[in-house]
Design a protein around this ligand. Structure first.
Ligand code: FES
Length: 103
């Protein structure tokens, strides 16, 4: 079933960190929080060789894959040049400190 799903509170995601959202029969989603309390949702698989992005280093607008260091844009899921690739990303809504993802 598609639609907005309540996931957690903003405080449940560490600043410059991530939290994993498990989905039955589908790839996990990684929820990232940057230093401005913006939250982004990407599939938890690097477009290079499926490294776990949720374990990467988070900056203001990207996460660095822990396996080979590709930088993936948090907003679009696109790999930063010179690398090429894209991981699915999902809309995020924050309402009174509660996080919802649309998938
Ligand atoms: S698997 Fe992410 S950079 Fe290689």
């Amino acid at each position: 079933m598609n639609g907005w799903k309540h996931i957690c509170s903003l405080e449940d995601i560490p600043v410059l960190g991530a939290r994993i959202v498990r989905r039955s029969g589908l790839p996990d989603i990684a929820l990232f929080r940057n230093g401005k309390n913006q939250v982004f949702a990407l599939e938890d698989q690097c477009p290079h060789k499926k490294g776990p992005l949720s374990q990467g280093i988070v900056t203001a607008d990207a996460v660095t894959c822990p396996l080979h260091g590709w930088k993936i844009r948090l907003e679009s899921g696109q790999a930063a040049e010179p690398d090429v690739g894209c991981v699915p990303h999902y809309p995020v809504r924050i309402e009174t400190g509660e996080i919802f993802i649309h998938f």
